[in-house]
Design a protein around this ligand. Structure first.
Ligand code: PBG
Length: 327
């Protein structure tokens, strides 16, 4: 042994020491709960590939929103599942479309007690399942889609949304939506840009949750999992267009991206722990192969440690309760 004796384990001896020197904490206020609401449902319906997650009825959504606020979560991200779909996703811009109605319901129920967020993308509403409208050749028409996003953003603002979550990965979407909101008299609505969103296999269970009709894939607009530097380009563009918060998605397989993005920007960085990340832990835990609660908190801590300040997670309410018990 050399002197001085270097013993990192000295700081790990007791729970009290470990608590004192812990670098990263997760707080309920940093967690955002994604929620699904389906038009025409009278009872909530479980999503088979996401144990514990349901498609809500309007009524059960209000109750669950209130319970999430009670648990201390920082926000709610709403996704709508319409009864009918068409090529342009009319339900997304209809003031009586399920997502806009749900935003109104939740804003009335929990109001200023939390942050109400709406998914701003057409995929739940289009008959072909793509995030935008299609050109004659079947490709997603970027600029025609932007026009639809502008109308959708204003419809959500009218419904009372606090934050619009731009998840479509169209070029220029932040600038167009920001301009539309300002021009319509909603300069205070926050733009959360899914700046670095990858074309990921981890979205599988989400497609069940929204009954996606997509055939094919989204590789012509979402990012290639091979690319890290490209994420910085996307993020820089979104910030320059006026994004208030930027997001990286998925989270756990992209911790390096979260870390470099957090070092590069001054706006808050969010990460989306997506459906497949949740489902793989739930499935392993159901087999007795993982300690569910422990792994849940470990993944959230890892995402925070990488540099995300806000985490969207299907465990938001449960994790908030666990964290409260522990503190
Ligand atoms: C698109 C959207 C998707 C998710 C959130 N917003 C699906 C996709 O891009 O294919 C996935 C979220 C998850 O998997 O939990 N509106």
């Amino acid at each position: 042994m050399t002197y001085p004796d270097v013993r990192p384990r000295r700081l790990r001896q007791t729970a009290a020491l470990r608590r004192l020197v812990g670098e990263t904490t997760v707080s309920p206020r940093e967690l955002v709960l994604p929620m699904f609401v389906k038009e025409g449902l009278t009872e909530p319906r479980p999503v088979a590939s996401l144990p514990g997650v349901v498609q809500h009825s309007r009524e059960s959504l209000r109750k669950a929103a209130a319970a999430a606020v009670e648990a201390g979560v920082g926000g709610l991200m709403l996704f709508g599942v319409p009864e009918t779909r068409d090529p342009v996703g009319s339900g997304a811009t209809d003031p009586d479309g399920i997502l806009n109605v749900a935003i109104r319901d939740v804003a009335a129920e929990v109001g200023e007690a939390t942050v109400v967020m709406g998914d701003l993308c057409l995929d739940e509403f289009t008959s072909h399942g793509h995030c935008g409208v299609l050109a004659a050749d079947g490709s997603v028409d970027n600029d025609a889609t932007l026009t639809r996003y502008a109308v959708m953003a204003v419809a959500q603002a009218v419904a009372g949304v606090h934050v619009v979550g731009l998840s479509g990965m169209m070029d220029g979407q932040v600038a167009v939506v920001r301009h539309a909101l300002d021009a319509a008299g909603y300069p205070d609505v926050v733009v959360l840009a899914y700046a670095a969103k990858y074309a990921s296999g981890f979205y599988g269970p989400f497609r069940d949750a929204v009954e996606s009709t997509l055939t094919g894939d989204r590789r012509a607009y979402q990012q290639d999992p091979a690319n890290g530097r490209e994420a910085l380009r996307e993020v820089a563009l979104d910030v320059s267009e006026g994004a208030d918060i930027v997001m990286v998605k998925p989270a756990l397989p992209y911790l390096d991206v979260i870390s470099t993005v957090a070092a590069a920007v001054e706006v808050p960085v969010a990460a989306y722990q997506v459906s497949g990340e949740y489902a793989m832990v739930e499935a392993a835990a159901a087999n007795g192969w993982l300690d569910r609660d422990r792994v849940m908190l470990e993944t959230l801590t890892a995402i925070r440690r990488a540099g995300a300040q806000i985490i969207l997670t299907y465990w938001a309410v449960e994790a908030a309760r666990l964290l409260r018990e522990a503190s």
